[in-house]
Design a protein around this ligand. Sequence first.
Ligand code: HEC
Ligand code: HEC
Length: 480
Amino acid sequence: MEISTIVITVAALAAIAWLAFLVANSMRGRGKEEVAPNLAPGITDDTLESKRLDKTLASAVVLSGILALSLPIYFVGEQSRQDGFVEEFDQVALERGAHLFEEFQCGNCHGVDGGGGAAAYVEKRSGISVAWSAPAINTVFYRYTPEEVRYWLVYGRANSPMPAWGLDGGGPLNDQQIDELMEYLQSADFILPQDDALLLIQPSIDQALSRLETADTVMTDAIAAQGVLVESVQAAPALVGMAEALAGRAVAMLNDAGDGIDVDGDGLPDRIEQELTDIFAEAGDSLGDPALVVTLNPEAAQTGAGEDDLDLARRAVAALESVATGLRVTADNQEKLLSQALGGLAFLEQAQQEKKWEVDITAVADVTFGGDVETAGRALGLFNANCARCHTAGYSAGIPLTQSVGSGALGPALWNGRPKVQFLNAADMVTFITKGSENGVPYGVNGVGSGRMPGFGPGLSLEDLELIVQYLRGDTLTGD
Ligand code: HEC
Ligand code: HEC
């Protein structure tokens, strides 16, 4: 039983005893003839100084005894009571943190479980809209100290889609809210257990390598998509007039549907249903957008599954209007948008020629790993899965934007023998990568850490870290 429960029980018993005493006392005097107090004979000095005094003193001793006993008992319970408050407080903070995670949609980019995802972003080198990879954050405390994670939360990561969340970084969350978010991110509810995290190493290597194998297809698709974008910008001025006219007619028709025969009683006269259907068909055809084609059946109140024709018609008209608005914006800014889109296309076509993402594994094996292709592949896979997002330009923006391995991004370039200039030997370099950098603490020969280089000790095995270092200190990473 908890000490506090004991204290409460003792107090309750004492209260009951006191009540019982009062009741008994009041009963004792009953039945006797009432005598006014001023007429009753006074208590003699003898009684006052002996019996009365003894009784009073005795009860004082008993009460002091109870006090002397209950205070320590209460005190013994104090620690667990305080712990209870702290626990309750933590629980509340954790719930608020979980709520903030949802409210500020961390999961949209990092995955609802924090396992990683992607965010829409305009890549700066090419001006192309890409899906920028967002790292897993349910493993982030295996890489960074809590203060370092807090830094990223407060200030975000400039030149990437990661927004600043703290007031100091220009974001919406105050210190307490950042604390609560941290509480949630560090909780067992959120963190991926280390054993599970280790199980992801092999799949992440496989994924990094297969990304290279499918690169040509991805590149071709990206060029085709950019081509479609260029064409749509070119076509906008010719289409905008027609789109606006069709949208205008559809809106007018919906607004003044008026009376008329309405066989299915859905609030849209048959004639209007037919005419809207014709407009949607014409829009789909002439604007080359099949999604605009919507058919309304004048003989059924619901043409689409579970949606009234009136709602369906309103939604389709709104879609047509927004296409018309989009075309208007594009047509009005055509020159700028076209040069951007063409610039992106030229960038992609050049990237397709240069294939900077490509790595000659056989050469890496021959030069650095004694001809062992499998080990060379593992080293490259490990680097791309764990390091490339900060040390290879464009890596997070996808294959078409990926520059040569080790070209440098948030972290310094690691190509052209840089690691051998910074670290006198492989062992020092392994130690650095195991622990990561600390703000203001020197590393290597010339380095001063900022705390932004994560530590990989808890995330990767020593053998794997040594493989990466061997790869980076080899002579195959070159570029300009
Ligand atoms: C719009 C997309 C987006 C949203 C929303 C977003 N992030 Fe990020 N976050 C990113 C991207 C992208 C990166 C990695 C940037 C890079 O490429 O270096 C990142 C990086 C991080 C990092 C550093 C991880 C590391 O290992 O480098 C943490 C921690 C983080 N985010 C937490 C959060 C939290 C918590 C929230 C919600 C409050 C959040 N993010 C909301 C996109 C987002
Ligand atoms: C979240 C970004 C990030 C990731 C991921 C990352 N690094 Fe770094 N790295 C940095 C930053 C930033 C520095 C510069 C030191 C600093 O600012 O503290 C750095 C520095 C380095 C250096 C020293 C370079 C020099 O010349 O001073 C080496 C070597 C290095 N990282 C290797 C790695 C390896 C290997 C991995 C993967 C296992 C990796 N990094 C993953 C950000 C990152």
